[in-house]
Design a protein around this ligand. Structure first.
Ligand SMILES: [Fe+2]
Ligand SMILES: [Fe+2]
Length: 287
């Protein structure tokens, strides 16, 4: 069964028949601006970066452009995975109400995907497949209903609200901002329904072990700090690791994210898991 879902998650895009394309166009909104200037969507400080004389103005613009593309590339793979997740959850639902819920979510993830995709028409999509996307796909393919409700809906969609929220609040382009707002509203209901469906005591021993293991992997990815961001800096500047940590506020920002993550788990009543994973909620920067 896992292979079946991995295959579903590895699909790439092909244009379909004229009729199918026309139906999709009717159902999904796209971002009309053909030539988005990625470098102007967010400013330097909107990425949590401090002003520094170590990076020239031109280079800053190059970095801003790359970071904006990276944000959308990651979102592209997240929303794509979201469609498979919602379809799987619809089939695993324990009631018709729950199935209706996940069927609606599947349509919403398709709408999010279309929006993001419309922004990236001329961008090479392969770069967005990082370790986190691999982890996300692995969980969606291998998880059972209850662990998936927790890992994907409670934690990752909750995490997405923080991420999309920062993007939305600081976005400098009105149309993109408006669409991010709509995505954010949907993600809040995906996360909220997950919190209400989840009860830690419902997990079997093997489900609890699986969920803890996957959460441990995810937290480890968060505690190493802004590694992807540093890659971009290394590509375009000669800044040292310690200067980068200072400019990006790496230690504090990583701790903020870990606290947010822990808070998401606590709010969902995942007492055992939060306690078991407690030592991991501290930054362990590898930059
Ligand atoms: Fe989504
Ligand atoms: Fe979602």
């Amino acid at each position: 069964m896992k292979e079946f879902f991995l295959k579903s998650l590895s699909k790439s895009q092909n244009s379909s028949t004229k009729e199918v394309n026309a139906i999709l166009k009717q159902k999904n909104k796209i971002i009309a601006s053909d030539d988005i200037d990625f470098g102007q969507l967010w400013e330097w400080g909107d990425y949590g970066l401090k002003e520094t004389s170590r990076v020239e103005t031109n280079t800053k613009k190059v970095i801003q452009t790359e970071l904006a593309k990276k944000r959308f590339l990651e979102a592209y793979y997240i929303e794509k995975a979201g469609m498979t997740f919602a379809a799987k959850m619809s089939l695993l639902s324990e009631s018709i109400e729950e199935q209706k819920l996940f069927s609606h979510f599947a349509a919403e993830e398709a709408a999010h995907f279309s929006l993001i995709e419309s922004l990236l028409t001329k961008v090479d999509k392969r770069e967005g497949q990082d370790l986190f996307i691999k982890f996300l796909n692995e969980v969606i393919a291998s998880g059972e209903r209850r662990p998936l409700i927790f890992i994907i809906q409670v934690v990752l969609e909750g995490w997405g609200i923080d991420h999309y929220g920062i993007m939305e609040r600081t976005c400098k382009e009105a149309e993109v901002k408006q669409h991010l707002k709509l995505i954010l509203k949907d993600e809040a209901s995906h996360h909220g329904s997950g919190v209400s469906l989840f009860k830690e005591s419902d997990l079997s021993e093997s489900e609890l072990n699986y969920t803890m293991e996957m959460m441990g992997e995810f937290i480890k990815m968060a505690r190493v700090g802004p590694v992807n961001l540093f890659e971009t800096f290394k590509k375009h500047t000669k800044i040292s690791a310690s200067e980068f940590c200072e400019v990006s506020n790496a230690q504090q920002e990583t701790q903020r994210k870990l606290n947010y993550l822990k808070n998401l788990m606590q709010k969902a009543g995942a007492k055992k898991m939060t306690q078991g994973l407690e030592p991991l909620f501290k930054p362990d920067l590898v930059i």
